[in-house]
Design a binder for this molecule. Structure first.
Ligand SMILES: Nc1ncnc2c1ncn2[C@@H]1O[C@H](COP(=O)(O)OP(=O)(O)OP(=O)(O)O)[C@@H](O)[C@H]1O
Length: 733
């Protein structure tokens, strides 16, 4: 709970004598203002203390600093805020709110500060919208779009009380906002009166809606605060001034304006009175009796930080009006508001989770059909978002429908109860008259006006406050009969006259039941049966739409599941392929190792064979040595052939090197074979070896011209080489 901050500001006197014309004068001491006699003695009972009291020399900069800056700061943080100027005509309200070139007013400074603060908040992103409206003769006009006139007030769960059709401009800089303000000022109603050459003839409300959201950190850590949107509404209000017709000299249009101004200010006074009573005596707060109080409802006893600056004219001739303003301010000081940050929990958490899931999938898909699937995922994500939004909208509409249905039922029930209460009241009144007591009779017209008023009021229940007590009708009519309450103006025509004005300023509570509000339309309840049928149909159609959306959503989920399983299968396939690839990669290495092993074995075997030959120069020794060379050369060729892939090269497709080595090997083999031919040796079948080798036998002998001794050894060695090669292949595969 937080008290409204109330300050008083005395404007400079028009001329010095008028502020102290010999009778009495106002004196400011710290946060107190008191009425003094000309002789310098204070008049008892006329001293008032406030949060701040600003004297004639105070600047707008100081007023802003002490009274409004905190509210602006809080608005950026997500708290609703309202600052308004109240006071008699020509006391300096517009000067305080708008200022002048050398000393800009509260609105100008607030706009600058908001943009400076939002720039400094690097952890949040902001969206700011502004609107500017006036309440002229109890009608709401858009100052940013002249075509938007006579706008209605609505109320919804999401937005609370709002003006339907009001233009809201999204803004990104202070300069842009000040430009819009200038545009709005041109459309505002001003008029000349005896008291002010440029008198505001309407109440103006400049509104900034500040939405903010935590910035994505990019680390992927989704904190809950990132999913919360803060929405705060800041109202900067310049009220029209209360006026005495005798002083302003208003007639014609000005008189009509004056009456509307005074009436709405009187209702504002009533609301303030009621709120200042506090606790249980408070009862019903008549917010709905004027558009001004309806719009300012959150600022008065609701969820907002509020400051009121009451402006005073120091001249002695205005003492009565000043006293009235000070009484208003004193009562406002007692009002407490219940302030809290306006946070909206969105479906962002869900969306964020889906986003993460998709991101995960995308990561998994990298390297395998990634691009195609990424496109698909993007499309799916967009569709999902669209469906989520649609779903949310439908759910909201459905809820709205249900709520209005409930309200209509409630309205009908309450109507019945009220009729009952009124009938019993009338019976009671008759019986009381019979017993000699005097009670005011409720005329049929008044009765219907009371009923209409209730039907309108109850159609919009205010979310922040308790429901009306059942005995409301009785108590409300009853308090107007209390002796301490002011006598009531009979008709609106003489409403702004001297007496009424005086009573208003003395803080009496007016009985609003007797005031006629022009241009107020009573919300009619549609025929029960037809509307119920219509709503049923609407609800059914909404349900159908909801089912379609849910089905689409399920389809989407199924598609997503399919995507996941497809992806898993792909991942498995890729893993198998990778394993095979790594096995293949290892083959040359293993071949090389086996070849080296075989080469060693081969060399060992030949070394052993060589050791059996005593004569190193004999043919057998030469044959063994050459065979060893051939084998070594063959193994080296194979080794070098498999070594390339180990170093990362592919198997050489160029066979020339291999062929060259083979040729070299063949040559060597041939020369070895011819070198071991023994020219004088004879075959066991007696063929003459010196004779030219004719016929098959001779041809074979030309290729294998070995002695009886050499031939088996040669075959043995040849078999050894071949078996080594085969065993090396086997060891690899
Ligand atoms: N603090 C101030 N310092 C200097 N001049 C001031 C101050 N307050 C008001 N004035 C001057 O007094 C005159 C009336 O002020 P202003 O128009 O702001 O009154 P108002 O309360 O808005 O009147 P209305 O309700 O009729 O619109 C203006 O000329 C204004 O410049």
């Amino acid at each position: 709970m937080e008290k409204i901050c109330v300050a008083v500001r005395v404007r400079p006197a028009v001329n010095e004598e008028s502020s102290n014309g010999g009778g009495a004068f106002w004196k400011v001491e710290e946060n107190r203002i008191s009425l003094y006699r000309a002789l310098g003695t204070p008049i008892s009972g006329l001293s008032y203390a406030f949060d701040h009291v600003f004297d004639q020399d105070s600047t707008n900069a100081r007023v802003y600093e002490l009274l409004t800056r905190d509210i602006i700061h809080a608005a950026v943080e997500g708290f609703n805020g309202t600052a308004f100027a109240y006071g008699q005509t020509s006391s300096g309200k517009t000067y305080t709110m708008n200022g002048c070139d050398s000393d800009p007013g509260i609105i100008h400074r607030a706009v600058k500060d908001i943009f400076e603060e939002t720039k400094m908040r690097t952890d949040r992103e902001f969206l700011i919208r502004v609107s500017y409206m006036e309440i002229y003769n109890e009608e709401i006009n858009d100052l940013l779009a002249v075509e938007n006139q006579k706008l209605p007030i609505h109320e919804s769960l999401e937005r609370g009380v709002f003006v339907a059709g009001l233009r809201e401009e999204v803004v990104s800089s202070a300069e842009q906002v000040l430009g819009l303000l200038q545009r709005g000022e041109v459309n505002r109603h001003f008029g000349e009166t005896n008291m002010n050459v440029r008198s505001s003839r309407s109440h103006t409300i400049f509104r900034m809606v500040i939405e903010s959201k935590g910035k994505e950190t990019g680390s992927g850590d989704a904190s809950i605060s990132d999913d919360v949107i803060r929405v705060s509404v800041l109202n900067l209000v310049d009220l029209a001034g209360s006026e005495r017709i005798t002083k302003t000299g208003a007639d014609g249009v000005r008189l009509k304006e004056g009456k509307h101004i005074n009436k709405s200010l009187l209702i504002l006074g009533n609301v303030i009175n009621k709120l200042s009573e506090g606790g249980k005596q408070r009862g019903h707060i008549p917010y709905r009796d004027s558009k001004l109080t309806r719009i300012l409802q959150p600022a008065l006893g609701g969820n907002a930080k509020t400051s009121i600056i009451c402006t005073l004219a120091p001249e002695e001739i205005h003492i009565e009006e000043t006293k009235g303003t000070l009484q208003f301010a004193s009562r406002a000081k007692r009002i407490t508001n219940c302030v809290q940050v306006n946070e909206i929990l969105t479906d962002a958490a869900l969306l964020k989770r889906q986003k993460l899931e998709i991101e995960e999938l995308r990561m998994k898909l990298q390297g395998s059909r990634a691009e195609v699937l990424e496109q698909e995922i993007l499309k799916l994500r967009n569709d999902m978002l669209k469906y989520e939004l649609e779903h949310e909208k439908l759910a909201r509409e459905l809820e709205e429908e249900r709520r209005s249905q409930r309200e209509r039922d409630q309205c009908i029930r309450e109507q019945e109860m009220k009729i009952e209460t009124l009938s019993s009241l009338e019976t009671f009144s008759r019986s009381s008259r019979g017993s000699g007591q005097e009670y005011t009779k409720v005329s049929p017209n008044e009765e219907s006006s009371v009923n209409n008023r209730f039907s309108e009021g109850d159609a919009f229940s205010t979310p922040c406050f308790k429901a009306l007590p059942k005995s409301f009708v009785v108590s409300r009519s009853h308090y107007s009969n209390q002796p301490e309450c002011s006598p009531l103006p009979d008709t609106l025509n003489d409403f702004a006259d001297e007496d009424t004005w005086m009573k208003m300023n003395k803080g009496y509570i007016a009985d609003l039941d007797s005031l006629q509000t022009p241009a107020r339309k009573v919300q009619s309840c549609p025929s029960e049966e037809s509307s119920t049928e219509e709503y049923k149909q609407e609800i059914q159609s909404l349900r159908r739409q909801l089912a379609v959306v849910s089905k689409e959503r399920d389809d989407l989920k199924r598609q997503q599941a399919e995507q996941i399983s497809l992806n898993n299968q792909l991942i498995r396939e890729v893993a198998v392929l990778q394993k095979e690839a790594s096995d293949i990669h290892e083959i040359p290495q293993r071949m090389c190792a086996s070849i080296v092993d075989c080469k060693n074995i081969y060399e060992d075997v030949l070394s052993v064979l060589q050791s059996f030959v005593a004569d190193e120069k004999c043919t057998t020794a030469k044959l063994l040595s050459d065979t060893k060379d051939i084998g070594t050369c063959l193994f080296s060729t194979l080794e070098s052939h498999f070594a390339n892939p180990i170093k990362g090269d592919r198997f050489s497709t160029d066979k020339s090197l291999f062929n060259k080595q083979c040729n070299h090997l063949c040559e060597k083999l041939k020369s070895t074979i011819s070198s071991i031919v023994v020219p004088d040796a004879s075959f066991h079948d007696g063929d003459n070896l010196s004779s030219p080798p004719y016929g098959f036998k001779n041809k074979v002998a030309a290729w294998f011209p070995v002695s009886k001794f050499n031939l088996p050894i040669f075959f043995l060695l040849f078999t050894l080489i071949i078996s080594c090669i085969i065993s090396s292949w086997n060891s690899v595969f």
